[in-house]
Design a protein around this ligand. Sequence first.
Ligand SMILES: Cc1cc2nc3c(=O)[nH]c(=O)nc-3n(C[C@H](O)[C@H](O)[C@H](O)COP(=O)(O)OP(=O)(O)OC[C@H]3O[C@@H](n4cnc5c(N)ncnc54)[C@H](O)[C@@H]3O)c2cc1C
Length: 405
Amino acid sequence: MRPHCGAGAVMLQAGGDPAVAQGHKMDFTPTEEQTAIFDMAREFGAERIAPHARAWEAEGTIPKELWRELAGLGFGGLYVSEGAGGSGLSRLDATLVFEALAMACPSVSAFLSIHNMCAAMLDRHAADDLKERFLPQALSMDCLFSYCLTEPGSGSDAAALSTRAERTNAGWRLVGTKAFISGGGYSDAYIVMARSGGDGPRGISAFVVPDGAPGLSFGGLEDKMGWRSQPTRQVQFDGCDIPAGNLLGEEGRGFAYAMAGLDGGRLNIAACSLGAAQAALDATLAYMGERKAFGKTLTALQALQFRLADMEIELQAARVFLRQAASKLDQGAPDATKHCAMAKKFVTEAGSRIADQCLQLHGGYGYLADYGIEKIVRDLRVHQILEGTNEIMRLIVARDMLAGH
Ligand SMILES: Cc1cc2nc3c(=O)[nH]c(=O)nc-3n(C[C@H](O)[C@H](O)[C@H](O)COP(=O)(O)OP(=O)(O)OC[C@H]3O[C@@H](n4cnc5c(N)ncnc54)[C@H](O)[C@@H]3O)c2cc1C
């Protein structure tokens, strides 16, 4: 089922012809290949994820076998270059995968996004030896990756992080604590941003820390509102020793790598909100066609029809806005970061609003876990907080608007 992934990349690069690329710039109608990518992910989600999503939430874990199945579809390195064994998809194509999988479970889809962000960091920045040691296993998802930037004392102001990395005779020794790490204590390796130099972003380097490294430990399982199927823990480095070769890319460039990864991460998170909100809307439409009140189905009530129309308008606007941002990132447009930030803010808020409306339109049943909507409401809420809060998204946009004024 995998060949379409490579084919998608060829199609989206439009043969490198700028005139062709220009011609497609504003057309976000999915091509046949994009539709095939979306359908494949959606079918996989419907068969292999949706029926188990509630159980995984109750267990607080996702079976590792699922990741290997997803890797079999080429989803372990969606935008890792084909030369390195990845699927070589554009960012736009990759958002289709996250959108489709989130229709089954946003928590699973978002976890896959984090792993993919790490795999792409390895592909883009790691030296050959480090790449050889970790990338093939990342692609097969035998080695799941987590991304460790946030600390107890620094979240939005990530460049203020204080985890230290000191040189030793054998390599590096890490000391500090990372907070809120998705997959903490569950993943097989961690990409860790730590301070190897002075204050500010240029003093930060990125490192690969494998599970089992001496001095690596984990905090207790965080009890949280949504994303309950994926474990979140603190990751602690108490004199954690790693080899010199586990420095990712150049010393002092770790923050730049971490931020570059986030542009695309924001698209993925927005895509997760989009897919889950679409699933909620689809379920609501079906429910309203069956549920009767005052002798009519809910769909016969014009006040509710207008609510449906408003949700459809908002969701379609969000979809086009997200695709445009993804396309800008693919093209390396100078305003890509701003557009990724705008799309992340707009789509995650639209997604949560729509999911909440869908819960309301289900009446009391929307509040019951059996109907699937309350999980979507809970899962989507965090999308406004992570990968940069939506306040930070506004900060990025406002800075760009005010530059030069
Ligand atoms: C479930 C979950 C999973 C996560 N997974 C990961 C992960 O895998 N890896 C990782 O590194 N991190 C992860 N995070 C951390 C997440 O990225 C941070 O929580 C987020 O960046 C916000 O940081 P903070 O919580 O410290 O909030 P703060 O930075 O303390 O912000 C508090 C409030 O102040 C606002 N604020 C802060 N500064 C400004 C400003 N300049 N202007 C306006 N408003 C501002 C914020 O928007 C927010 O509303 C996760 C978080 C959660 C909840």
